[in-house]
Write a protein that binds this ligand. Structure first.
Ligand SMILES: [Zn+2]
Length: 275
């Protein structure tokens, strides 16, 4: 009797989701030339969303993860340490997929367990959500270059189906210098240069890529309210070139920030068809 053949895996539906903290839509459009090149070449599509309210990080991390507005999921303050219920990671887990995440430690808390403790929890794995590798940082000025490199290290070691990456440079620089500052624009330019190195690697390894943000940044070095600068965020969809890319490019982009979770489900369905 011949040895049992391994069960073939379903067609890959791999994706990298980059949530650039505090990246406002107008600055992303003007300062990120690599992303703009993909858009000009018809290899990517983009839209803008008004963030949920309050336009604060922890409530909007929960919105991106759960597909629910802050008033619905109930996390309304950055000081509110609690889990956020079912997330896009649970959807991937239910589909038999494996996830990895590099993010600020508030994401760790949203995904369950006690308050984050730096000396014991740097690699803490949230339970029951299909997350096989995690790296949490806890300083707001942790460099975006290190976040991307951490993500690549996890990807190469674990080959996750969903890789969630959360650089925080725009938010940090925006709080120090304001959303109209040269320093804020520079951090967007630098993030674009990092993506110019990372996205082709991700595409080459079979990943689609999506870039978005939680909120924008006001001239007054803050966000939280309704001003366009603090609320308008980009969403850029960069499916990997190759077979099926035309259909993937035609996917309807999320109509609002609550639509990311549903979009990832539709990306998986489309990849199953397109291969
Ligand atoms: Zn902030």
């Amino acid at each position: 009797m011949s040895p049992a053949q391994p069960t073939p895996r379903a067609e890959p539906s791999r994706i990298v989701v980059v949530v650039a903290d505090g990246l406002r839509a107008d600055v992303a459009a003007q300062a990120m030339g690599y992303v703009a090149a993909l858009l000009e070449a018809g290899q990517a599509r983009a839209t803008r969303h008004d963030s949920g309210l309050p336009s604060l990080s922890r409530p909007l991390y929960a919105t991106l993860l759960t597909g629910r507005w802050p008033l619905a999921h109930g996390i309304l303050s950055n000081q509110q340490v609690q889990a956020c219920g079912a997330t896009l990671f649970d959807d991937a887990h239910a589909a038999g997929l494996r996830s990895a995440i590099v993010a600020y430690h508030w994401f760790c808390e949203l995904l369950g367990g006690p308050a984050f403790a730096p000396l014991s929890d740097r690699r803490r794995l949230p339970e029951g959500r299909g997350i096989v590798a995690a790296s949490w940082y806890f300083e707001d000025d942790y460099p975006d270059s290190h976040v991307i490199a951490d993500a690549e290290a996890l990807r190469l070691a674990h080959e996750p189906d969903l890789l969630f990456v959360h650089p925080m440079g725009p938010d940090d620089r925006g709080h120090r210098f304001g959303g109209e500052s040269d320093e804020y624009r520079m951090v967007a330019r630098r993030l674009d240069m990092l993506l110019a190195l990372a996205v082709p690697r991700w595409h080459g390894a079979g990943y689609d890529v999506l870039l978005t943000s939680d909120h924008g940044m006001g001239r007054d070095r803050m966000h939280g309210g309704t001003g366009e600068a603090e609320r308008s965020v980009p969403l850029v969809w960069m499916p990997r070139p190759g077979p099926g890319v035309a259909a993937l490019l035609e996917l309807a982009l999320p109509a609002a920030q609550t639509g990311l979770r549903d979009f990832l489900q539709r990306q998986r369905q489309a990849r199953r068809v397109a291969g």
